[in-house]
Write a protein that binds this ligand. Structure first.
Ligand SMILES: Nc1ncnc2c1ncn2[C@@H]1O[C@H](COP(=O)(O)OP(=O)(O)OP(=O)(O)O)[C@@H](O)[C@H]1O
Length: 328
């Protein structure tokens, strides 16, 4: 079943078309990541799905309902969870009191202590919200997003400001939620996060989807050539290397290979015969970040060379502008 279906979505702010015909679907029970540079239209798209913003065109279905219709929007608010960047919480309430208060807004909430354990705030159960660290506060945000036992959870940059251990902890929480049946739609600027978590991803740039797929296949990543890099051995010239190589950064040379095993065999045999080691040898497939940068870079180049491109766009106003989005 489809949890979210977006078809030809459009949204304009004055004369700026922020979302220009976006299509994607999110399958029931998956983690879907919407990726894109600042100002690409991610927040606008999510706000429309969450029922906080009207659209100008296209169709949107969330759990089979239209968040743009008042009655559907009300029903959806009981079924979806939101973890946003700027949830307002009462600083003098304790962690437990804050979660218990939010639980009261939902028809079938999760147990408060279960949620505290789920997000790893056991030690801080009785602590006042104002005394939490930045990372602990984000865990509380996550707790508030899941306490309603939502079918669908929206996570807006869920690990911004986390230390590396806390990020891995949060990923574990998100995976556990998915495994327990929650569908998750997230935005992130961290490609390692999308790689680690997402079952499928879509890249948005300039209000359009420029690529969609799984993290491993996005933009033809799985069929891309492997890159072999190494420092040219002392006394060797580029022409001596038994593979076509080009100069790379940092004094390294690069060979691109369809069959990296065979290419490495030729290369290492050559080096052993010469008796010179291949220093700083690495073999890499393009990472999700490489593919993302290439997709969004190509988009930016196309925009810059298009005579109709819109220059000097207003910078993204950042967070804190979703109308009426705080629940606490
Ligand atoms: N309320 C608004 N009024 C006018 N313009 C807006 C408004 N909200 C967003 N925009 C513009 O629409 C475009 C898309 O913004 P949006 O916030 O959806 O991007 P984003 O992909 O979420 O960016 P970021 O990664 O920086 O959060 C931007 O050019 C932004 O300046």
């Amino acid at each position: 079943m489809t949890a979210v279906a977006v078809d030809g979505l459009r949204k304009r702010y004055g004369d700026h078309e922020a979302v220009r015909g976006v299509d994607f679907t999110v399958r029931d029970g998956e983690i879907f990541a919407l990726l894109g540079p600042n100002g690409a239209g991610k927040t606008t798209t999510l706000e429309i799905l969450e029922g906080f913003r009207d659209r100008d065109g296209g169709s949107v279905e969330v759990l089979g309902r239209d968040p743009g219709r008042k009655a559907d929007g009300r029903w959806l608010r009981g079924q979806i969870g939101l973890v946003l960047q700027d949830i307002a919480v009462e600083p003098y309430l304790s962690v437990r009191e804050t979660i218990a208060r939010n639980a009261g807004y939902y028809p079938e909430p999760r147990g408060v202590d279960e949620v505290i354990d789920l997000v790893g705030l056991e030690e801080k159960r009785g602590a006042k919200v104002k005394d939490l660290s930045g990372g602990q506060k984000r865990r509380l945000d996550l707790a508030l997003g899941v306490v309603g036992n939502p079918q669908l959870l929206f996570l807006d940059e869920p690990t911004t400001g986390f230390d590396p251990n806390a990020r891995r902890g949060a990923w574990e929480v998100v995976r556990n939620l998915r495994d327990a049946g929650t569908t998750i739609v997230l935005t992130t600027h961290y490609m390692d996060e999308a790689q680690a978590l997402a079952d499928s991803v879509a890249v948005i740039a300039g209000g359009r989807i420029v690529a969609a797929g799984t993290p491993d296949t996005l933009g033809g990543r799985d069929s891309a050539l492997a890159r072999i890099r190494f420092a040219l051995p002392q006394g060797a010239a580029i022409a001596d290397v038994p593979l076509p190589v080009t100069d790379a950064e940092d004094g390294l040379v690069t060979a691109e290979a369809e069959e990296p095993t065979a290419a490495l065999h030729r290369l290492t045999e050559w080096a052993l015969r010469r008796g010179t080691p291949l220093e700083r040898l690495t073999v890499e497939q393009p990472t999700l970040e490489d593919v993302y940068l290439s997709l969004t870079g190509k988009y930016a180049e196309k925009e810059a060379s298009s005579p109709s491109s819109e220059r000097g766009r207003r910078p993204s106003p950042g967070r804190g502008r979703r109308p009426g989005r705080s629940r606490s």
